[in-house]
Design a protein around this ligand. Structure first.
Ligand SMILES: C[S@@+](CC[C@H](N)C(=O)[O-])C[C@H]1O[C@@H](n2cnc3c(N)ncnc32)[C@H](O)[C@@H]1O
Length: 366
């Protein structure tokens, strides 16, 4: 081995009371720094759409497609998915059944990866588990994979519910905010990111990109993160209002969010919620927001700035493109040290430079 030890991973696993396993920064993180780049444990289609390659998930486009998938699925999995495609009409049922087939196939092909999947968070029983189990029992060709049972099916669905990331169809201006998911993936380490309504990191995917890693997800720091601080993602678009966020987190993830932003917004009247989030906090004192961020190094804990402690986040890090609402993070720092002044949106993919922001941090008109 050479004299210099391999660089430590930027995040490590920790147990945080009341939050379970979490990922925390192992050193002071620079804006844009790549915290994790990870290939999926498993991937499965989100719908029956046929505009992408069923193996590498890249868009088929109009020209000839060159599939860059490294590995072919087993014949059992290909046959099961083909049968599901021709027999299951409901798109959600189809997608969930594909998940189960892919997960059971993993049990046969890689017991260690399958154990990893089972070690992830999630134990609620999905009401559709019995239907999905009998669907798979009747359609999948023999021999059925190891452990195939109603209990295991229910356990797998619970893992999927809490841990799957959507790989999105490319953004289109006329989407009117409704973006489609092309595929879902389960990423073993990324599954340990907890949620914060004002995250300090966000994830990118480049499903139509070149190379074999197009289904990897890349998590980058939005701003500086001090050593030891928990790194969190937002489990949904940051511009959702308090009620929407709380409902989703309780129903789908089983917890009540007590983050700094929720502490402030729980006291807002419903009207406040809508006005502030739709108008991107334009009415607040932007100077106050900027100072708050500077003192806190851009961390998510600037609590003392009155009613709008997090307004700077919206001005600086939420994409203002119509129907987008993605999160902006700088490109990775060059040579690992110099922070880039180019921000990338994780939804529409647009790049913005410092010149696109006013001196007060607001975005200039385009
Ligand atoms: C994708 S997992 C994240 C990793 C998880 N903490 C674990 O121990 O494996 C999602 C689950 O983590 C927990 N979680 C995530 N964010 C949280 C938060 N802000 N507060 C409390 N629990 C949270 C919830 O139980 C949620 O269902």
């Amino acid at each position: 081995m050479s004299g210099s030890a391999a660089a430590a991973a930027p995040v490590k696993l920790a147990e945080i009371p009341g939050r379970g396993r979490a990922l925390v920064a192992t050193h002071a993180i620079k804006p844009g720094e790549i915290l994790l780049s990870e290939s999926p444990l498993l991937l499965y289609p989100a719908s029956k759409a046929s505009n992408y390659c069923p193996l590498c998930y890249r868009s088929l486009g109009t020209g000839g497609h060159r599939c860059l998938s490294g590995a072919a699925p087993s014949s059992w999995l290909s046959e099961t998915i083909a049968r599901l495609r021709s027999h299951v009409r409901d798109p959600d049922l189809f997608s969930q059944a594909c998940f189960l087939a892919t997960a059971y196939d993993l049990a046969a092909s890689s017991p260690s990866a399958f154990s990893l999947l089972l070690s992830l968070q999630g134990s609620d029983t999905d009401p559709s588990a019995p239907i999905l189990h009998s669907l798979l029992s009747s359609l999948a060709p023999p021999p059925l994979p190891p452990g195939f049972s109603p209990d295991l099916t229910a356990a797998l669905l619970a893992k999927d519910k809490l841990n799957a990331f959507g790989l999105m169809e490319p953004f289109r201006e006329d989407d009117s905010g409704e973006r489609k998911v092309r595929a879902y993936g389960i990423y073993p380490k990324a599954s340990f990111f907890n949620h914060d309504c004002l995250p300090n990191a966000c994830r990118f995917d480049y499903v139509d990109g070149d190379g074999e890693n197009n289904t990897a997800i890349v998590v980058r720091a939005i701003h500086e993160i001090p050593e030891g601080r928990e790194v969190c993602l937002s489990y949904f678009p940051v511009n959702w209002n308090y009620k929407e966020r709380q409902e989703r987190l309780l129903q789908d993830y089983g917890f009540k969010c007590e983050c700094d932003r929720c502490q402030v917004e729980k006291n807002w009247k419903d009207d406040d919620d809508e006005e502030e989030e739709e108008e991107g906090m334009e009415c607040m004192d932007e100077e106050e927001g900027l100072e708050g961020m500077e003192e806190d190094n851009g961390g998510a804990g600037a609590e003392d700035d009155g009613d709008f402690p997090h307004a700077y986040f919206f001005i600086r890090y939420v994409c203002d493109r119509e129907n987008c609402g993605g999160t902006l993070a700088p490109l990775p720092p060059s040579l690992g040290t110099t922070t880039s002044n180019v921000m990338e949106c994780n939804v529409c993919g647009r790049f913005k430079t410092e010149d696109d922001f006013g001196g007060d941090g607001s975005m200039l008109d385009e």
